[in-house]
Design a protein around this ligand. Sequence first.
Ligand code: HAM
Length: 417
Amino acid sequence: MAQAKYSTHLGMVDILPDEVRKWQFLENLIREEAAKFNFEEIRTPIMEQTELIVRGLGQLTDIVSKEIFSFSRGEDNYVLRPELTAPVVRAFVEHHLDQRGGSQKLYYIGPMFRAERPQKGRQRQFHQFGVEVIGSSDAVADVEVIAFMIHIYNKLGIKNTTLKLNSIGDPESRETYKEALKAHLKPNFMKLSDLSKKRFEKNPLRILDSKEEEDKPFIENAPVITDYLNDESINHYNKVKEYLTDLGISFEEDPYLVRGMDYYTQTAFELISPDLGAQDALAGGGRYDLLVEEIGGQRTPAVGFAAGMERLLIACDELDIQLGNEKSVDVYIVTLGDAARKWGLSQLPNLRAKGVSATMDYMGRSMKAQMKDANRENARYAIIVGENELNEGKFTFRDMKESDEKSLPFEEILGLF
Ligand code: HAM
């Protein structure tokens, strides 16, 4: 085979038809289950203003400082969206969605872009499904969001997951904690990794998320944020834990869990799978009570999560979970000669109008090759038409599974569906 002249960009993949069937199955499942939770779908553009993403996620986050795909055209700066929380909040503010009343329960499915080093479960164009509930500070909202996330995995049969839970408090609690963390790390500052040294002043909480070996001993016995939460933050966290327990959703508290964006407040969580290897986070999320205000709206509490769809597919693969069906078609019309081809072409719409999927040969192949093709396409039935059949007005209707055939007028064949 000749070498293709063009290929996709690094970390961006084509999803070919056999794979797409799995994606469609997943997407349908997510939509059906979202409807049961009364979440409404929202769709926003692939590109956003750079300023929104920088402001929303935080200048010093890995995503903004290293992973953004950006370009300009004339006066305008564009970024390919790396996530959807900030864009959904932008849409909420821009379109005054608060005026619809109550809390907005939104979900989305779509592609995101981050210029990360590709590896298994990590791509530069990847897909998320997620939920944002904007307008409620009640722990019920946190727990419904988490319940929906877990529900999707359970529904698919992915049960061997760990829900990690933490509270990173409100800004007041976090300031006190930052000082305590810095005081703990300071005596060993010179032993920290270069990245952690950089984060020390501006974003010390991110040091807790360091993957560098040299940081580990200092993280292991660092003070924990949950000891620094003020009363309001503790109350909220306790309610989340209580409601999760009521629902029978088990969780593991991880006081060192910090998330990759600056917008988080209070609840933070991640869903981890042992079936994924290095990139083991299936999904993550939390509260972001200050983001709406940060982006120019009125202060409005909110909570959400997003899940990686490629990682979900990898987990299904590892666990041998079948998604969707094999390629198939209900009827394949096998034709011999021009008149039969013309007849076949004109009958396809009648089959389709009955809700039957139907196809025929487009390549002028022999009857034998068409029968082979019908098998390859997993056709359930074949209608075989030649000159004799046309003259008699009766067609061979073959059950491909049972290898059994009958000669019937076309109306009778239609009547069988
Ligand atoms: P995140 O943790 O950055 O959160 O991403 C959520 C999930 O997207 C990850 O757990 C992972 O499964 C998947 N993911 C992230 N990056 C990649 C990648 N490069 N390749 C493949 N999968 C990836 C957010 O995006 C937040 N917006 C979640 C949220 C919603 N928080 C509140 N509301």
